[in-house]
Design a protein around this ligand. Sequence first.
Ligand SMILES: Nc1nc2c(c(=O)[nH]1)N[C@H]1C(S)=C(S)[C@@H](COP(=O)(O)OP(=O)(O)OC[C@H]3O[C@@H](n4cnc5c(=O)[nH]c(N)nc54)[C@H](O)[C@@H]3O)O[C@H]1N2
Ligand SMILES: Nc1nc2c(c(=O)[nH]1)N[C@H]1C(S)=C(S)[C@@H](COP(=O)(O)OP(=O)(O)OC[C@H]3O[C@@H](n4cnc5c(=O)[nH]c(N)nc54)[C@H](O)[C@@H]3O)O[C@H]1N2
Ligand code: SF4
Ligand SMILES: [Mo]
Length: 681
Amino acid sequence: MTRFAEQETGVFPSVCSLDCPDQCGLLIHKDNGRIVKVEGDPSHPVTQGKICNKVRNVAERLYDPKRLQYPMKRVGKKGEGNFERITWDEAIETITSKWKTLIAEEGPESIMPYSFYGNMGMIGTEGLDRRFFHYMGSTQLEYTICSAAGSQGYGYTMGGSVGTDPEETVNAKLIVMWGINAASTNMHQVMLAEKARKNGAQIVVIDVHKNQTGRWADWFIPILPGTDAALALGLMHILFAEGMADEAFLQQYTVGAEELREQVKPYTPELVSSITGVSVEDIYKLARLYGGTHPSFIRIGNGPQHHDNGGMCIRTIACLPAVTGAWRHQGGGAIKGNGGYLEHNVRALQRPDLRKNKSARRVNMNLLGQALTELDPPVRAMYVYNSNPAVVAPDANKVRQGLEREDLFTVVHELFLTETAKYADIVLPATSSYENLDFYASYWHHYVQIQEPVMLPYGESKSNTAVFRLLAGAMGFEEPALYDSDEDLIRQSLADSGNPVLAGVTYESLVEHQFVRGQVRPLLETGFPTPSGKIELKSETMARRGYSALPTYTPLVEDGDLPFLYIPAPNHNFLNSTFSHNEKHVRLEKTPKLHMNETDASARGIATGDRIRVWNDRGSCVLTAAVGADLLPGVVLSQGLWADDPERGGDTLNALTPARVADMGGGATFFSGRVDVEKVG
Ligand SMILES: Nc1nc2c(c(=O)[nH]1)N[C@H]1C(S)=C(S)[C@@H](COP(=O)(O)OP(=O)(O)OC[C@H]3O[C@@H](n4cnc5c(=O)[nH]c(N)nc54)[C@H](O)[C@@H]3O)O[C@H]1N2
Ligand SMILES: Nc1nc2c(c(=O)[nH]1)N[C@H]1C(S)=C(S)[C@@H](COP(=O)(O)OP(=O)(O)OC[C@H]3O[C@@H](n4cnc5c(=O)[nH]c(N)nc54)[C@H](O)[C@@H]3O)O[C@H]1N2
Ligand code: SF4
Ligand SMILES: [Mo]
């Protein structure tokens, strides 16, 4: 399938492969064999031709002279970044002979994959790679860094990652953006909300930081980090107490309403105010607005679940639309993620049946630092792709300490010489998604899309699937499933999925139409995918697993006694650490800032523009102070996963974040760490 890639000139359909809910349809303009312009595809029903700045500039990234063009081996010290060109043959031979020795001497669990969603294409990100490592019998990775806690929590209430159809949210009269910086991270939800607003909808933002999303709101409610479950319980307290619960809905579509009614009684507005920092008056006002407005829609973000108590927090917020019966109304309800609707045939794609080593040990990716420095028997080889753990993983100094180990053999398959790649023994050049065939399923809207290559491979770069085929061959693996073509992998994923939503979504229909809508039916018709088929306000499954069966609030774990909670959130112009090396994007973001409340700042003689050292016992970073009233006292916040910068000095931002796992799903707790700050002399 290279019909587009081989054409020198023309406009070709495409899809954004970045880890972003919007999954935009794109049009790629080529002239003389080179991509000269990237724009939104106006025929895409949800994204409608609008795209973000990041991807408008993506051609610069694709042709960046810094892009990796050929395999390399390290010649200097780990982390230094000195490499020498080698051939693909030498690279594959070096890797596989090392792996064969390790398997013979220490067993396959001495080898570990590490990856995430630098590219959301299904076959390259969770397809042939999964088959390969299943067959090898390597240590298995748990993919927990993003939304594991929140997805599990939401799932206890709702049964899975299923929520409102975003296209219907234009009908909402109240939109609550809860812990989501949608103006940066889900711009088309903002576009849809703007349409709703023109029809009279109000927009409320609940966040720890009055960022661009908070500034856009009709009403911004600042909250203390990690306390959102208490706010949700307080709102339900008032909804029940003031007769704003939809009793008929509760009766028909939920289990545990009576127990929930009792459970929320102690969460009085006074108590909730003392926990959350939200005034008693505002708690009443919000409850009455939410209880009295239909359709009401809550977009639940990733922020509140990147905490120790994140799973239960999202489980609790997810009960709100059930209490008011918001699900009855078109455009009402909530979205945490909608990935559950479009689930393809995961077993056919990933082939867990190929596992030689059924009891292979598992490593939670949030504990990478620990895994590389403490596991016994040790991890002796790591294969990294689609991710930049030296920057994005928590407790980064420990991660880097692990990456520095002389007895760790690291391979990094990348488009750029990232901070992680600098620690590699072998670096392999990766094609971008625009050079590969793959299919994409949004975790927000209801469309499945295809990418046919629109560009020939850059230099000697190869796709993830192509490299796994080479590795399988050189390992002498005889399993035919390790050699399936990209097209076959897509066909297998879409065939016999057992998911009626995907009826009509086939390889052919994708090639013909570029995007195909899943046949999603309303939850009130299909029933909820919980054990009871209803929304579970009380969950027996949770009780069996040792959680409170009813929503509850638990304070954050004590993280030492330093004065500030530190929230290192994403920023507008990077996507996680992607684009953090691109000059234009860095220029737009200027410099990493530490936002802090003016009371805290003045008590320490800190003013905007001062260089600040932010520290705890895990690490120390240097940032520039941005003092104001956009967050509550006791909270400090930065935006963006910035590249290493010797001029700035200090550690990478994630050096400060804890590697504790959240209450559910082994999720990350990036936002539950404590720090202190001081002016740099
Ligand atoms: N521009 C851009 N877009 C992105 C990304 C990016 O890096 N840049 N990353 C992509 C990825 S992988 C993801 S997962 C999504 C994430 O996108 P979002 O779902 O928006 O999640 P975050 O940006 O992590 O955090 C959202 C908000 O939560 C707030 N927050 C932190 N703690 C709390 C809390 O305890 N309570 C409340 N109420 N708010 C809190 C933060 O201030 C932030 O504004 O975005 C995707 N899109
Ligand atoms: N402090 C803090 N840390 C965080 C977060 C936070 O909010 N705060 N957010 C967390 C979240 S939600 C997430 S999802 C993670 C994301 O963390 P990562 O998944 O590591 O995301 P990126 O930093 O974008 O790195 C993706 C890398 O994949 C590479 N890549 C892209 N396409 C391909 C391909 O086809 N093949 C190969 N081999 N490589 C490719 C890109 O060049 C890029 O370097 O970060 C987490 N880290
Ligand atoms: S990053 Fe998100 S908003 Fe930007 S083009 Fe890609 S899918 Fe669209
Ligand atoms: Mo994420």
